[in-house]
Design a protein around this ligand. Structure first.
Ligand code: MN
Length: 737
C-alpha cells in the first residue's frame, strides 16, 4: 500500500521520534513503542490524509509532539501512535488491551470519539465528545495531553481542509483546546494553537501582524541589545550564572491587545519580554530570583503596580516566575521575567508532564486539585453536556485571586468570584446554608465580589436553602452545580403534590391521565423536565386553565405551533414542524444569500454582516439560518459547540438590498464637523442613517453611526472619505461584539 519513497519517509519519521524521545527507561519500553509503530503502519496502510499523504504520518507526528514538546512517557507514545486506530480501522479496544495493556486501552478509549450518538440537530456532538474526554482525563491525565498533541498536528495541517471544516476546527481550538493547554501549563502549545486558529479565522489580520513583526525586527533587536547590556554587566559582576532569552509576544496575543485597548500595532508596548533564567539550585532559587530583581531595579526603575510574584504563590497551572515591568533608558516600558532553570523547564514542557514524569507523589500539585475539582463536578451532577461545556469554558479562562479563611487558609478563586463562591469552595453544606458574609470583618451580601487578599467569614443558617437567584451571581462551576442540585432537590419535594393536582385537573375535564396526554400537555407548556413541570403545577404556575386551553387545540399541526407559546418571537419560527434533523443532515454545501423569499435567513445583529464580508451560515433548529461574519465572537463560540451546523455562505450581489453596518470614530470636539459627516453620508453617498450616537468629554468625542450600505466596498469608500475630515482622529468599521 505504500510506495518505496513513502516507506523511506515513514522510517525516517520513526527515527526522528526515537531521537527526540529522551526519557526512555529500558529496552522493554523501546520494544513496546516499536510494536505500536508496526501496528499503526499496518492498520492505517490503506488510508490517506486529505493531503494525499499516508495517514500514518499523522500518528507519528502526534507521538513526536508527545515525546519532544511534552516529554511524556512510553505509554503515552504508544497511545499517540495508536490514537486513531480504533476509531478508523477494524482493530478493537479489546485487541489493544490484549496486545498491550489495560491502561493503554483505557487511554485510547478516552481518545476515541463517541460512536452512535445520534445527530438530531439538537444535541451538540462536540459537547458530548468533550465531556467524555474530560471524564477520561479525570482517570488519566495522558488522555488530554495526547488529545492536545493530536489537535496541534491537525491545526498544523489545516490548510488541506475545506473552508467550513477549517472554521469549525479553528473555532473549537480557540475556545476549548488553547485555554485547556494554558490550564495545564503548556504555554508553547497554547500559543501555537492560538496563532494557527487566528491564521484560519482571520488570515488578513494574521498576515498583517506577522509582517509587522518581521519589519520591526531590526529596530527591536537594536533596542534589546542596548537594554540588556547593563543587565549583563551587573549580573556578571555579582557572578550570577544565567541565560537571557527574548520572548516575542504571539501574533494572537498582540491582536487581542490591539482589540482590547483599541490601539495600533506600534502602540503595543510589550511586544517582547526579556527572560532571565538562573542556573540556581532549588534550595536558593527563590532568594536568587529576588536578588536579580533588586539588581535590575537598581538600573531600571520598576512600574510599581506591575510586579507579579508567582514564586511565593504559583499559578494554578504550576507556573512559577517573578515578572516585573521596568522603564528603559529610551523611555519605553520593558517586561522582565526572572525564573530558575527548574521553573523554566516546567513552563516549557508543562507542569502536568513534568510532574507526571518525575513521579512526584509527595506534594499535592495545583493540577491535582484541579483534576479533583473536575471529578467532583461530575460526581455531583448529571449535567447536560452543553451546560457543562459552557461552565468548563468559563473555568478555563479565569484568572485567579487569592482569598483567606478566618484561620488564614488560602483559597484560590477565579476573578469575579463572590462571597457565595467562597462559601461553596469551603464546603457544599456551608454554601447551601449561607446567609451572608463578613469580608475583612464588615458585613456584606453573598453577591459581594471578592478581591485578592480578602479574608472571608461565611454566616450560615440551618433554615437557609439554595435559591435560584444565586445562579446569577456565582462564577465557579462548583457553586453553580451545587446550587442547581439543591434547587432540584427542593423541587423534587413537590413532585407528588404536583402530580396529584394534575391528575385532579385531568379527571375534572374527563381526560385520561396517561403518558400520551401528559406528554402533549407538557409539550404544550414547553417544559421538558418532569421535575420542573410538576413543580410548576404544585406552585400553581400551571393550572386548569392551561389544560383547558391545551385541549381546545384539536389539530395536530397546532400542537407544534403551540410549542412555542411561551417564546417571544412566534413569527420567527416559520420552519417549525419540519424535520430539523433531516434539514441539517442534508445541508447544502453552500447557501447563496440575497433573495429572502427563497431562503429564510437573518443577518446576525451581533456583527451585522454585509456583502463583501467573509461570512458563514449557522443552521439552528426551527429558526432561519443565522449569517455571521467569520470573526464574530458569538459565531466562533457557536461553531465550537455546533460545528456540524456550519454552512458556507455567499452573497448574491443585488444592488437594491441595503444592509445595516456600524462605524465608530474618535474625534476632536469642534462645531460643525458633525454636519460634514452627515453631509458626506447623505448627500455624497446617498445612504440612510439609522442612528447616530455621540459621547463627548474633555473635548474628545466618541461616535457610533449605524447606517444602511450596499457592501464592504461601499462602506470602505465612505470610511476613507470620512477620514479626510481633519477633526476625525480615528475611524473604523465597528468590530463584532
Ligand atoms: Mn488524530
Amino acid at each position: 500500500m505504500y510506495t518505496d519513497e513513502e516507506k523511506k519517509e515513514i522510517a525516517q519519521r520513526y527515527r526522528v521520534l526515537l531521537r527526540v524521545w529522551k526519557n526512555r527507561k529500558n529496552d522493554e519500553e523501546a520494544t513496546m513503542v516499536r510494536k505500536a509503530f508496526d501496528l499503526a503502519v499496518e492498520a492505517h496502510s490503506g488510508m490517506r490524509r486529505r493531503s494525499k499523504e499516508p495517514y500514518v504520518y499523522h500518528p507519528l507526528e502526534v507521538a513526536t509532539i508527545c515525546a519532544k514538546d511534552m516529554r511524556l512517557d512510553a505509554t503515552s507514545i504508544v497511545c499517540a501512535l495508536l490514537h486513531d486506530v480504533v476509531e478508523d480501522t477494524d482493530i478493537t479496544i479489546e485487541e489493544i488491551e490484549h496486545k498491550f495493556n489495560p491502561r493503554v486501552a483505557m487511554i485510547i478509549g478516552g481518545l476515541t470519539k463517541i460512536q452512535g450518538i445520534l445527530d438530531d440537530g439538537q444535541r451538540s456532538i462536540q459537547a458530548e465528545y468533550f465531556k467524555r474526554m474530560i471524564l477520561a482525563l479525570a482517570e488519566d491525565m495522558r488522555v488530554i495531553l495526547i488529545k492536545l498533541a493530536d489537535r496541534l498536528h491537525n491545526m498544523r495541517t489545516l490548510n488541506h481542509m475545506p473552508r467550513d471544516k477549517q472554521l469549525k476546527i479553528a473555532s473549537e481550538t480557540l475556545v476549548l483546546y488553547a485555554p485547556l493547554a494554558y490550564r495545564i501549563g503548556l504555554y508553547n502549545i497554547k500559543t501555537e494553537l492560538e496563532d494557527l486558529s487566528l491564521k484560519y479565522t482571520e488570515p488578513d489580520i494574521y498576515e498583517f501582524i506577522f509582517n509587522q513583526l518581521e519589519k520591526s525586527k531590526i529596530d527591536r533587536d537594536r533596542f534589546i541589545n542596548l537594554f540588556i547590556y547593563p543587565v549583563k554587566n551587573i549580573l556578571s559582576k555579582y557572578e550570577i550564572s544565567y541565560l537571557i532569552h527574548v520572548r516575542l509576544k504571539s501574533v494572537y496575543s498582540i491582536w487581542q491587545k490591539m482589540q482590547k485597548q483599541n490601539i495600533n500595532f506600534e502602540d503595543v508596548y510589550d511586544i517582547f519580554a526579556v527572560r532571565i533564567i538562573l542556573d540556581s539550585p532549588p534550595e536558593t532559587e527563590r532568594l536568587d530570583c529576588w536578588k536579580v530583581y533588586s539588581l535590575i531595579t537598581e538600573i531600571y526603575k520598576p512600574k510599581h503596580d506591575r510586579i507579579r510574584d508567582w514564586i511565593s504563590i504559583p499559578k494554578s497551572n504550576g507556573y512559577e516566575a517573578l515578572h516585573t515591568t521596568v522603564m528603559s533608558h529610551l523611555g519605553k516600558w520593558v517586561e522582565i521575567q526572572i525564573r530558575s532553570k527548574r521553573m523554566h523547564e516546567i513552563a516549557e514542557s508543562g507542569y502536568a508532564s513534568h510532574h507526571f514524569y518525575k513521579n512526584v507523589t509527595d506534594e499535592v500539585s495545583a493540577i491535582d486539585s484541579w483534576l479533583t475539582k473536575i471529578k467532583e463536578q461530575f460526581q455531583s451532577t448529571e449535567n447536560d453536556a452543553l451546560d457543562f461545556l459552557d461552565d468548563f469554558k468559563l473555568d478555563l479562562y479565569s484568572e485567579e485571586i487569592y482569598t483567606f479563611t478566618p484561620k488564614g487558609d488560602m483559597k484560590k478563586l477565579p476573578i469575579g468570584a463572590t462571597a457565595l463562591d467562597f462559601a461553596y469552595s469551603i464546603h457544599t453544606e456551608i454554601g447551601n446554608h449561607s446567609l451572608g458574609a463578613k469580608v475583612n470583618l464588615s458585613l456584606v451580601p453573598l453577591k459581594q465580589v471578592l478581591k485578592s487578599g480578602d479574608q472571608v467569614e461565611i454566616i450560615t443558617s440551618k433554615k437557609q436553602k439554595p435559591q435560584s437567584e444565586w445562579l446569577d451571581f456565582v462564577t465557579t462551576t462548583r457553586a453553580k452545580n451545587y446550587i442547581k442540585e439543591g434547587i432540584k432537590e427542593e423541587k423534587r419535594l413537590f413532585y407528588e403534590d404536583g402530580k396529584k393536582k394534575l391528575e385532579k385537573y385531568f379527571t375534572s375535564l374527563q381526560i385520561e391521565f396517561n403518558k400520551n396526554s401528559l406528554k402533549k400537555f407538557q409539550e404544550y407548556v414547553g417544559i421538558t423536565s418532569k421535575i420542573d413541570f410538576y413543580y410548576s403545577v404544585a406552585k400553581g404556575k400551571i393550572g386548569l386553565d392551561d389544560l383547558k386551553a391545551c385541549c381546545q387545540k384539536p389539530e395536530k399541526s397546532q400542537w407544534f405551533n403551540s410549542l412555542n407559546l411561551f417564546s417571544k418571537n412566534k413569527t420567527e419560527n416559520k420552519t417549525q414542524g419540519i424535520n430539523i434533523a433531516e434539514k441539517i443532515r442534508n445541508k447544502p454545501e453552500e447557501v447563496i444569500l440575497g433573495d429572502k423569499t427563497n431562503l429564510d435567513y437573518i443577518e446576525a445583529p451581533c456583527c451585522n454582516p454585509i456583502p463583501g464580508d467573509d461570512i458563514i451560515g449557522l443552521i439552528t433548529p426551527s429558526k432561519p439560518i443565522m449569517v455571521h461574519r467569520v470573526n464574530c465572537k458569538k459565531a466562533i463560540n457557536e461553531m465550537s459547540n455546533f460545528g456540524n451546523r456550519i454552512v458556507k455562505a455567499k452573497w448574491n450581489k443585488q444592488e437594491t438590498i441595503l444592509f445595516l453596518a456600524g462605524i465608530e470614530f474618535r474625534s476632536i470636539d469642534k462645531m460643525g464637523f458633525i454636519f460634514r459627516i452627515s453631509d458626506i453620508i447623505s448627500n455624497k453617498y446617498n445612504l440612510k442613517i439609522r442612528s447616530f450616537h455621540l459621547d463627548s468629554s474633555n473635548e474628545v468625542s466618541e461616535g457610533k453611526i449605524m447606517l444602511y450600505v450596499h457592501d464592504t466596498k461601499n462602506l470602505n469608500d465612505l470610511i476613507n472619505d470620512l477620514k479626510k475630515i481633519k477633526e476625525i482622529k480615528k475611524i473604523s468599521r465597528m468590530n463584532p461584539v
